[in-house]
Ligand binder design. Structure first.
Ligand SMILES: [Mg+2]
Length: 110
């Protein structure tokens, strides 16, 4: 069960979505790729223009989150589910010693 801010945000994303539902998955996949590119573009401009684009990068990361959150709904998972699954995947790549250290320091069940 999703609660709190995560539930509020998931509901907001669902209700602020404006696209043809018949092409929802396609639209969201392309949107996610586009917004990830915008994050990279903002960072690229930091290099080119020697400027600080932190605020723009964070703004674009929010756009990535919107698309990702809507994709989560389509695939019937939550952002929290993704976090849990990703931690599991990445910790399985750790050495047993690293996984044990992580488990003990974070109290996260592996
Ligand atoms: Mg954007």
């Amino acid at each position: 069960m999703v609660v709190g801010m995560e539930a509020t945000y998931m509901d907001f994303c669902k209700h602020s979505a404006r696209y043809p539902k018949s092409r929802e998955k396609e639209y969201l996949m392309i949107g996610l790729m586009n917004e990830a590119g915008e994050v990279g573009g903002a960072y690229k401009k930091e290099i080119r223009d020697n400027v600080d684009n932190k605020d723009l990068i964070i703004d674009e990361m929010g756009d990535v989150l919107w698309y990702l959150t809507n994709l989560c709904r389509v695939y019937d998972v939550t952002i929290g589910d993704l976090m849990h699954l990703n931690i599991g995947k990445l910790t399985r790549r750790m050495t047993p010693e690293m996984a044990k250290e992580y488990r003990e320091s974070m109290g996260y069940p592996l």
